[in-house]
Design a protein around this ligand. Structure first.
Ligand SMILES: NC(=O)C1=CN([C@@H]2O[C@H](COP(=O)(O)OP(=O)(O)OC[C@H]3O[C@@H](n4cnc5c(N)ncnc54)[C@H](OP(=O)(O)O)[C@@H]3O)[C@@H](O)[C@H]2O)C=CC1
Ligand SMILES: [Cu+2]
Length: 472
């Protein structure tokens, strides 16, 4: 304790100039914007530049000195320059000894260098306290004050005190610091601004692939087939009828794909008899993007609902309806009221509405602001139990809608089933396996595996049995 205090106290007194003086090396875009922001937030700013006398455009009222002079006056120095210029800092190692150096740099490509810029800086100046921060906010955002994107600033360093000091500066400028740990995290922090929706990429590819496939399949089975074999032109299906098949079909497939990896994982665990082994890489990736898959599925379900609502106002539909009435009048023959059709249409509509309702509920609970208000068990209950219920209702909705058009009743050839029968394959697999997995003996086995039963000692097993109610 004694030793710890003697280490900490002198350091803290070193940096008592909080809200006082901050040094920025580099008078480029970022250096100028950061300086302005610091001034507005109540800090005084000194710039370190190669040509102190030739510098223009820096905020009014700031001092511009050469690097060594500027560094001497401050204990915190922001390096607003590119990594390839860091080498000259080695000459300043004496004056930078013990100072906090904030590395704000970004690269042009992900993993451009073998080590992160911050670690590289720390290797050039072993005597300085390197902190990675501010690289996730743009110069433009700092200057305009409209931080449209994230206000979060990731901060990491091997020196805890220096890190917390910089986190206070971040707070002082109205931004939100997020502690990312040691400099080992710097590589991820540097890659972060270069990423473009990394978690959305796989779901988007899957969604685009399925959409194109189902669309072409529908065009072939509905438009081309009818044109060739029935000599009828129904190409107008392409704008509403076919999209209103593609959206629900792909939505149902995607929702099933959210739950399929869970089934695979359970089967793998059952097969291996332990949960202490890694899943194949593809399954890991798949598990990680389930939320995004679910949200795309929800968006498609929305489109399906909207497309369905416009059906009555379509010309082709009202024409057929009116024509039907005229036919009946002309032939003086009233069609009978079909109870089976009433039941069928009401059933699939009811399943559809309830399925859509739970779909939306699932989407809402995945929003961070909502999921923060429920505990882990509640979240799991909603996402898993309600998720399967949604899948069940939506699958039932599709089955009842098209049951008479199923494979064997299809007017198409057996090798060209209607697209929605294809769509039912994955949901049915998931639901059947889920049903098998929740049967008591298999469920118990999975719970044992998840609790690492085999690896436990007798006493551990006893405690587990006592705590059984708490088990997942
Ligand atoms: N622009 C942005 O939106 C963001 C930038 N960053 C990072 O901030 C850093 C600076 O970016 P930015 O301001 O846009 O870049 P600029 O090219 O606009 O400015 C870089 C500054 O570095 C200094 N410099 C240039 N060459 C040398 C050298 N050979 N030796 C020493 N100093 C040199 C110069 O300052 P002087 O002439 O005064 O010496 C120059 O103005 C980069 O690492 C970038 O990745 C991070 C987040 C956002
Ligand atoms: Cu539907």
């Amino acid at each position: 304790m004694e030793k710890l205090n003697s280490n900490l106290i002198p350091l803290r007194t070193d940096f008592t100039e909080k809200k006082d003086r901050i040094c920025i090396f580099g008078t480029g875009d970022f250096g100028r914007s950061l300086g302005l922001k610091m001034l507005q937030s109540g800090y005084s700013v000194i710039y370190g530049s190669r040509n102190p006398n030739a510098v223009s455009m820096v905020p009014k009222g700031v001092e511009v000195l050469n690097h060594a002079e500027a560094a001497q006056k401050c204990s915190v120095i922001f390096l607003a320059m590119h990594r390839n210029h860091y080498s000259f800092l080695a000459e300043l190692s004496d004056v930078l000894q013990g100072k906090i150096l904030v590395d704000v740099s970004n690269n042009l490509k992900i993993n451009q260098y073998p080590e992160s810029n911050a670690e590289y800086l720390a290797s050039i100046l072993p005597g300085a306290k390197v902190v990675k921060a501010f690289n996730t906010v743009s110069a433009w955002a700092l200057q305009s004050g409209t931080l449209d994107a994230s206000r979060q600033v990731f901060v990491c360093s091997n020196d805890n005190i220096a890190k917390h000091f910089v986190m206070d500066i971040v707070r002082g400028t109205g931004l939100t610091p997020q502690d990312r740990g040691s400099l080992l995290a710097a590589r991820d922090v540097e890659n972060y601004p270069l990423q473009l929706f990394p978690m959305w990429r796989l779901p988007m590819y899957i969604c685009a692939g399925l959409t194109v496939f189902v669309f072409l399949y529908c065009v072939m089975t509905m438009v081309v087939y009818t044109a060739i074999y029935e000599k009828k032109d129904v190409s107008y299906y392409i704008l509403v009828t076919i999209p209103n098949k593609v959206f629900p079909i792909v939505s149902l497939m995607l929702l099933a794909l959210v739950y399929l990896p869970g089934v695979f994982a359970a089967i793998i665990q059952l097969h291996r008899g332990t949960k202490y082994s890694r899943f194949p890489n593809f399954l890991d990736q798949w598990m990680l993007c389930r939320k995004q898959l679910g949200l795309v599925a929800l968006a498609y379900a929305f489109l399906h609902a909207i497309y369905t609502l416009v059906i009555p106002i379509r010309y082709s539909v009202s024409f057929r309806r009116n024509n039907g009435i005229i036919e009946q009048i002309k032939s003086n023959n009233t069609r009978p009221f079909l109870y089976s059709s009433t039941w069928r249409s009401d059933t699939y509509l009811a399943f559809g509405i309830l399925g859509f309702f739970f779909y939306i509920l699932l989407g809402i609970t995945s929003l961070p602001s909502v999921s923060n208000t429920v505990n882990w068990r509640e979240f799991r209950f909603v996402q898993s139990k309600l998720g399967y219920l949604t899948l069940l209702l939506c699958t039932a909705h599709a089955m009842v809608y098209g049951w008479d058009r199923f494979l064997i009743f299809s007017r198409f050839k057996w090798y060209l089933p209607p697209a929605y029968t294809l769509a039912l394959i994955i949901p049915c697999i998931v639901l059947i396996f889920k049903f098998i997995l929740i049967t008591p003996c298999i469920d118990q086995r999975i719970t044992q595996i998840r609790q690492g039963w085999e690896r436990m000692s007798k006493t551990q097993k006893d405690t587990h049995l006592q705590n059984d109610n708490l088990a997942i």
